[in-house]
Ligand binder design. Sequence first.
Ligand SMILES: *Cc1c(COP(=O)(O)O)cnc(C)c1O
Length: 223
Amino acid sequence: MSIAANLTELKNEVERLHVKLIAVSKTKSEEEIMEAYNAGQRVFGENQVQELADKYEHLPKDIEWHLIGHLQTNKVKYIAPFIHLIHSVDSLKLLKEIDKQASKNNRVIDCLLQIYIADEETKFGLGFDEAIELLRSDEFAELKHIRITGVMGIATNTDNEKQIKDEFYELRTFFTGLKHSFFRNQDHFKEVSMGMSSDYKEAIKQGSTMIRVGSTIFGKRGS
Ligand SMILES: *Cc1c(COP(=O)(O)O)cnc(C)c1O
């Protein structure tokens, strides 16, 4: 099927469930992205800063860009002028740099705390305790140019459906706990970014509000 057809089918499936679809366009060409754009998609996710900045330059300015991959502190400045949401905040140090660069750009940048839920050492993210410690810290309280709008997680890459379900359930439960402890009456704290091509259906069952889907829309990636 074409990119446009894949996209339309997926949108029909998830948007009636009020789940936001982030089309993950990493490694895909500007032509391929434009095919999705022309089919109505405006929200795209990338995992590399350089690739994201290049695509931002060349593609229509009404695209909402999300960074979903690991972010190094020294690269924040390249995306700070335009990024819509950073899904991958995994340290206070990074958050402080985002705050600094956002301030330089007269912006408030929305961020998700990436929480480590997988049973894989290669995945990034804060542990539950680390996320709580960050939110409790005085340094966090001083940051005025970032806004935490929720959490993100990546489940283990496994065929074990029970394990994936449990990991998503844990993330959703943790989100609810944070909401009660730190973001009471703060309507902006509402996002749970979880689910990719292989597991988005289960993620939605477990309360995802944003799914990050690449290959189901664009086809398999080369590498
Ligand atoms: C690549 C990527 C996705 C999308 O993966 P697909 O399996 O192609 O849907 C989602 N989230 C993150 C963090 C990614 O790096």
